[in-house]
Design a protein around this ligand. Structure first.
Ligand SMILES: [Zn+2]
Ligand SMILES: [Zn+2]
Ligand SMILES: [Zn+2]
Ligand SMILES: [Zn+2]
Ligand SMILES: [Zn+2]
Ligand SMILES: [Zn+2]
Ligand SMILES: [Zn+2]
Length: 399
């Protein structure tokens, strides 16, 4: 594709036109002996389909293309308008009606009308070779709005647009918070904590929005409030200014509700007390069973206890515990406790390895003795007896 002939101040001669795209040659390439010349891009696309000159149909190839430097230089020197100049229909022919640009006479257009027309497009005119340089700085080139509103704005109007862009930063005049302009209206209407709003209960007061909920919950005379007997079942919500009137008007009803509530609570509490009493009895039974098991275990441990163990005085501790929890039982145990037999002297000198049979025997004995042990408190040796047994055994080993 070449250059739009409309850009040129004077209509280019036909030799400068490409017959493929009908525009002014861009990077002209001579392709044949006849000197036929086309845009570089146009003839490259043409050669992809056919290998003949578009004008004279002689055979050509990619290798036969030659840049036409002279034509390129001549075209580069032609005067052109900026891509963003005013189009002929932009001024409704106002300019052409007062000025015949082909006559060579001075333009008779009024200066004010000319400024108006120029405002519609870039007035730059210069050699084609300088056009790219101009476009780098042309104020009529549209750029996307840097604030992100999505608008395409001419560079020269960016500052003007930044004053009216919906994304421009503004400050709320009530709370001084910064925000995009497009959010300001909603902020003031629904969110701004400092914007003055009337009471929603229409009591006539006006206050900053952030104080409205405190006003409603503590001050507003028209705000419905809970009756003081709501917990007793009163569902009336009088306005704050009518609460005292409601309390005096409904004294009988409030008294009836309170009595009913009290009866219901009493019934509920009695049910809970019954349930707790049952639970308490169950727990006492469990504790007694555990005490019996503990005494049984203590009795079994005593004869086999080894005086060289670190915790050999555990029995007095258990007896003290039982004495503290059940003094009568403790006394009973003392009366019935038999004196333990001194152990065989060679029990600790030649320990016999434990066999599975031993475990079974022990288990059997436990099974047989359990019923009568559970019925009566198990005998426990008094502390002084244990001490005597320990001294006896210690003396034996010292020998
Ligand atoms: Zn072309
Ligand atoms: Zn040709
Ligand atoms: Zn321009
Ligand atoms: Zn914008
Ligand atoms: Zn605000
Ligand atoms: Zn109010
Ligand atoms: Zn009430």
């Amino acid at each position: 594709m070449g250059f739009d002939p409309q850009l040129f101040a004077v209509k280019p001669c036909s030799e400068f036109l490409c017959t493929v795209c009908s525009e002014v040659l861009d990077k002209p390439m001579c392709v044949c002996q006849e000197g036929h010349t086309f845009c570089k891009a146009c003839i490259s696309r043409w050669l992809e389909k056919q290998q003949t000159c578009p004008t004279c149909r002689c055979a050509i190839s990619q290798a036969s293309l030659r840049p036409s430097r002279i034509v390129e230089t001549l075209i580069g020197a032609l005067d052109v308008c900026c891509h963003h100049s005013a189009k002929p229909n932009d001024d409704d022919g106002a300019h052409s009606s007062v000025c015949d640009s082909t006559s060579g006479q001075a333009c008779a257009e009024e200066p004010a009308a000319k400024r108006q027309r120029m405002d519609n497009g870039c007035s730059w005119m210069g050699a084609l070779r300088d056009l790219d340089g101009h476009l780098q700085s042309c104020g009529f080139v549209p750029d996307p709005c840097p604030l992100g509103c999505g608008a395409s704005v001419q560079r020269r109007k960016l500052e003007e647009h930044s004053m009216c862009c919906p994304k421009r930063r503004v400050e709320c005049e009530h709370c001084h918070e910064g925000m995009p302009y497009e959010s300001l209206e909603e902020h003031v209407a629904q969110l701004c904590p400092m914007y003055l709003v009337p009471c929603t209960q229409k009591c006539g007061q006006t206050m900053p929005r952030k104080q409205l909920s405190a006003h409603l919950s503590a001050d507003c005379p028209l705000q419905p409030v809970d009756c003081l007997f709501m917990a007793q079942g009163c569902t009336v919500r009088p306005r704050r200014q009518s609460l005292q009137q409601h309390l005096s008007d409904s004294a009988v009803e409030h008294s009836r509700l309170s009595t009913e509530r009290l009866q219901a609570l009493t019934t509920e509490m009695m049910g809970r007390i019954d349930a707790l009493s049952k639970r308490n009895a169950e727990l006492e039974g469990s504790i007694n069973g555990l005490k019996l098991q503990l005494m049984e275990s203590s009795r079994r441990c005593a004869p086999a206890h080894c005086p060289w163990d670190d915790d050999y005085d555990v029995l007095p501790a258990i007896q003290d515990l039982l004495a503290a929890t059940s003094p009568h039982q403790h006394q009973h145990t003392h009366q019935r406790a038999p004196r333990p037999e001194p152990q065989e002297p060679d029990h600790h000198m030649q320990p016999r390895p434990m066999s599975p049979d031993d475990t079974e025997d022990h288990h059997e004995e436990q099974q047989q003795t359990r019923p009568d042990r559970a019925a009566t408190p198990p005998p426990l040796p008094p502390p002084q007896d244990i001490y005597a047994a320990n001294v006896f055994e210690a003396g034996f080993h010292d020998r």
